[in-house]
Design a protein around this ligand. Structure first.
Ligand code: SF4
Ligand code: SF4
Length: 88
């Protein structure tokens, strides 16, 4: 499996991954930060590996996460999903 997250986040760039021992959201049933992640759930409900495989990509919800002033990454995860899509 190539992708470690549904949304395009790279675990090596996440400072929580070591701190809380997170294995990446593809490998766990719920995110460490809450009961569920709407992106993870949406993607898995569609039986997709990541958002880049989605016909609605990049949807408003994904953009909201990616460009969130605090938790976002200025769109980097959307580019990562695009990259994964091109690799397939
Ligand atoms: S925001 Fe959601 S989809 Fe993205 S890495 Fe975290 S749990 Fe996974
Ligand atoms: S791009 Fe949006 S609609 Fe498509 S799977 Fe991801 S979160 Fe769901």
């Amino acid at each position: 499996m190539m992708n470690e997250s549904r949304c395009g986040l790279l675990c090596q760039q996440c400072h929580y991954s070591e701190q809380v021992g997170c294995l990446g959201c593809v490998a766990i049933s719920k995110p460490f930060w809450g009961e569920n992640c709407p992106i993870k759930s949406c993607c898995e409900d569609k039986k997709q590996e990541h958002c880049g495989q989605c016909r609605q990509f990049p949807c408003a919800l994904l953009q909201q996460f990616a460009y969130d002033p605090q938790q976002g990454d200025n769109g980097a995860r959307i580019k990562q999903c695009q990259y994964w899509r091109e690799q397939q």
